[in-house]
Design a protein. Structure first.
Length: 451
């Protein structure tokens, strides 16, 4: 399944996107995933979406999503919004369900019932990078039913059960559905597995039970037939207990059969060096992925003597970290160590690219600011200090080479370090730099003194 890089813009950059077009559909959403405080623009599957933040100044507002839309394309745009919400909710481990919409020449806000759980504290923390693209219509339907089931779970348990059942029912004929459920019941985990065990101990045919006492009893109310009676507590308890089973089956179908990864599973399986594979000769890539040493820098193709821009996620890169010279400096089995140096040769950083395991690591202790040629400026000290302490504080670093998608570095988990507020450390570093500058004679005086 395709999981492409998804560009994000925040703050003023997101606002500029909202002002750049005429004609927008805005849909209100009910969401259980953490929602950003401020607007976030992103580009997914060929379309723009703006998650409208929960806060604008001192004003609080309901979450909604805006997407460009011509007046005659409202239904098509709303369908896209439904699918986007389905994928985003699944990816983030919850639901994002559209509750209505409004069209306008400018992106108006649209209120919805507040059923979300949390609001993110930071302005640049929301990220749905590598969101899967759904190209199969059957998978789209399964995700739509899952979205309904998750939203209804704590609102109307019988209808939630029915929606979860539809995830599986929509994908198979009757015979194959029975077989698939039977084959997957014993593969469930946690609460679903516990409920299956309880039913089996009672001598219940679990698959038949889910269909007759669950799906049919909720969907039908025939005279004298089995129903879920809204006024009978035992019926409601039974459905609530069985929800863990059918929800687990629905999740399993989407994750395993449809192959749609969520954020956690994608991180575990994704090769984060993938965008750089095309820069390497095929034989070099094969050797590195096999865990072999590649000691000859000339074998690294376009990865050697290239230019790279280093940036923190959600921030524009500072000048001293743009177009840095990149060169291979070391090697280990499956790993290439890169040195990147600023254009003025004042800031240097190092990274370990582990092709064998698909990861890139910042080597924080091996970077810094050098005054070898007496060219260091306050901006160098400021931006390197901000970079260092932001990374210690779990900020995401991206390495950007022209012509290929940015590649992310592993988030640093500091050991035996108490993270400090980056801006506090920037102020302290600048104060120390200015003090040293005041105490040190200019470079011209050094040359005159013969030092």
């Amino acid at each position: 399944m395709k999981t492409p890089y998804v560009p994000h813009l925040y703050g003023e950059a997101a606002q500029e996107k909202l002002k750049s077009k005429q004609g927008w559909l805005t849909v209100g959403v009910a969401s259980s995933i953490p929602w950003p405080q401020e607007d976030v623009w992103l580009f997914y599957d060929g379309h723009e979406y703006v998650l409208r933040g929960k806060k604008a100044g001192d004003e609080k507002r309901s979450p909604c999503i805006s997407t460009p839309c011509a007046r005659g394309d409202i239904d098509a745009a709303k369908k896209r919004a439904y699918l986007f919400g389905s994928v985003l909710g699944w990816f983030k481990g919850g639901y994002v369900d559209v509750s209505g919409g409004i069209w306008g020449s400018s992106p108006a806000l649209y209120g919805s019932r507040e059923t979300f759980t949390t609001t993110l504290d930071g302005t640049k923390f929301f990220m749905c990078n590598y969101l899967p693209i759904i190209e199969d219509d059957q998978t789209r339907k399964a995700l739509a039913f899952l979205r309904e089931g998750r939203r209804l779970r704590h609102v109307h348990e019988p209808y939630s059960f029915l929606s979860f059942f539809k995830v599986v029912e929509s994908q198979f004929n009757s015979k194959d559905r029975v077989a698939w459920i039977g084959a997957n019941l014993d593969l469930l985990e946690e609460d679903g597995a516990k409920r299956v065990a309880e039913l089996k101990e009672q001598g219940v045919d679990v698959g038949k039970h889910l269909f007759e006492s669950g799906r049919c009893a909720v969907a039908h109310a025939s005279l004298g037939g089995s129903i879920v009676d809204p006024d009978v507590p035992a019926d409601r308890r039974r459905i609530a207990e069985d929800l863990d089973v059918i929800a687990g089956l629905a999740d399993r179908y989407i994750a395993i059969e449809a192959g749609v990864p969520d954020e956690s599973k994608l991180y575990k399986s994704q090769d984060l060096t993938g965008a750089w594979h095309r820069l390497l000769p095929a034989e070099t890539l094969r050797r590195l992925q096999a865990g072999e040493d590649v000691a000859d820098p000339s074998a690294l193709g376009q990865l050697q003597d290239n230019k790279v821009t280093v940036r923190l996620w959600g921030r524009e890169p500072p000048e001293c970290m743009c177009n840095m010279r990149l060169a291979a400096e070391g090697h280990a089995p499956g790993v290439v160590t890169l040195l990147v140096v600023s254009e003025r040769e004042t800031v240097f950083l190092r990274f370990a690219v582990d092709f064998a395991n698909g990861r890139i690591h910042t080597m924080l202790e091996d970077g810094g600011v050098t005054d070898q040629f007496h060219k260091v400026m306050e901006a160098d000290v400021e931006h390197y200090t901000r970079y260092f302490h932001s990374v210690v504080g779990n900020a995401l670093v991206e390495l950007c080479i022209d012509g290929v998608d940015p590649v992310p570095c592993e988030v640093v988990i500091p050991l035996n370090i108490i993270p400090q507020a980056p801006e506090k450390m920037v102020a302290l570093a600048l104060e120390q730099f200015r003090k040293r500058q005041a105490e040190t004679p200019p470079a011209s005086e050094w040359r005159q003194d013969g030092r």
